[in-house]
Every structure is written in structure tokens, then in C-alpha cells.
Design a protein around this ligand. Sequence first.
Ligand SMILES: [Cu+2]
Length: 134
Amino acid sequence: MRYQETSEAGISYELIIESETAAVMKPLPVKINILRPDGTPATGAKIDCSLTMPAMAMPTNKPPIKEIGKTGQYKGIFLLTMGGLWNVELTSTFLSGEQNTVVIPIAGVVSDEEEDSVDTKLENLFHEEKDTKK
Ligand SMILES: [Cu+2]
């Protein structure tokens, strides 16, 4: 899957998830290509990545992102911990000190089989929590 977003400063972010769906609870290798407004690769950036859900507060999920060589291509591994809409927030800090952020929405997909087991786990957690509060 491939997503594209351009920052206010005109920097283009291409997010490539190297699988057919953004499956939940599976490591998702990703690549990020960053291009300057003139089309040249944005090399040497430090990328902060944060995975959040617009619908609810989630535990901190900040996969490390590293540059591959000096080509403006970066990589990391995402882990979506539940199904639904996620925001991939990417903040780049360039060598010049310039910073910019884009937000790329992606849908976390739960397979039927996993949905059952996640529901069961959540239910068990809920019951445990109730038990400990007594
Ligand atoms: Cu959530």
C-alpha cells in the first residue's frame, strides 16, 4: 500500500507499507520516501514517528525510523495494536534545523480470526480489572 502527503512547506512524503493490508498485531515493514519541493531527495533528516488513533487515547507507539543510505529513503516497522483508523504522524528535522510534520491516515485491519481472539483477550482483561478492584 502506498500513501502520499505533502507538508505545508511543500515537502513530499511517500509512505509504503510492504503488505496488502495494514494488519493488526503484525509487524509491518514500512518505507518512507521524502522529497524536497524541487524533487530532490531529502537526506539526513531525523524522523520522529508517532502512531495514534483519532478516536481514542492509545499507549505511546513510536517506531524508530532510520535512513537507508543517503537517498532520502527511510525505513521502520509499525505495529498497530487494534483495528480502526490510525494517524501516522511524521515529523522531520532536517540538517538545516527546519522541521515539518505530516499526518497520514491509515486503516488497521483485523482479520475475523484475530478479532475473536482480541475480543476474548480484552474481555479477560476487563474481568481481571474488575476482580482486582473488589
Ligand atoms: Cu484504539
